[in-house]
Design a protein around this ligand. Structure first.
Ligand code: G16
Ligand code: MG
Length: 213
């Protein structure tokens, strides 16, 4: 491939963010921890264990690593239960069309998701076959905003980072794309994703060639 697109999953292709939030909320309630929906923005794109630290906040020091692992497992069990409800009807507007447009233009297409459940989500959405390569949290050492996940995807596609475009809804994700030396397309609001090279409200009317240098 001469150029490639690397898409984030949660919040770009489907709105699992709401399910993650519901699962964290359930855990916070059980632990008697304060929780507000404003937490949502900070949890986006952030790994499971780092999300737990944010949820525990000042009380993080009161739990051993083993206890934290158990709490993270508990949240994940709740999240996986919610995932069973996802179908291709949960694809965000324009998402499949955008992915198909990338393929139709002969460009490489990869997924870079901070979720260990990414393959299960792709499967539920029935879009696994659209990707040339998938990198998820099981394959990387450092989470977003570290560029590792995007660099791995580019390497697997055999495309130099400077010829890659990353598509993200999270601040941490946009930062990861920029540190990888790629062009960053933010999906969401400009006030949140101001570090992106371009910001679009959603994937409707997504034309891959608009972002190639
Ligand atoms: C996603 C979500 C994050 C979530 C993370 C880990 O990343 O945005 O909120 O904490 O995955 O998920 P899991 O607990 O399933 O491993 P992305 O990069 O797809 O937006
Ligand atoms: Mg995301």
């Amino acid at each position: 491939f001469r150029h490639a697109f690397i898409f984030d999953l949660d919040g770009v292709i489907t709105d699992t963010a709401a399910l993650h939030l519901a699962a964290w909320h359930e855990l916070a309630l059980a632990l008697g921890l304060p929780f507000n929906n404003a937490m949502g923005e900070r949890l986006k794109g952030v790994s499971r264990m780092e999300s737990l630290e944010l949820i525990l906040g000042a009380r993080a020091g009161q739990y051993s690593n083993e206890q934290k692992m158990r709490l993270a497992d508990r949240k994940n069990a709740a999240y996986v239960r919610l995932l069973a409800r996802i179908t291709s009807a949960d694809l965000l507007p324009g998402a499949v069309e955008a992915l198909k447009a990338v393929r139709a233009s002969g460009l490489g297409l990869a997924l870079a998701s901070a979720s260990k459940n990414a393959l299960a989500v792709l499967d539920r959405l029935q879009i696994t076959g659209l990707f040339d390569h998938v990198v998820d949290a099981n394959q990387v050492r450092h989470g977003k905003p570290d560029p590792e996940i995007f660099l791995r995807a580019a390497q697997a596609l055999g495309v130099a980072p400077g010829r890659c475009v990353g598509v993200e809804d999270a601040v941490a994700g946009v930062q990861a794309i920029r540190s990888a030396g790629m062009f960053a397309v933010g999906v969401g609001s400009r006030s949140v994703l101001f570090e992106a090279d371009r910001v679009i409200p959603d994937l409707t009317h997504f034309h891959p060639t608009d972002y190639l240098r």
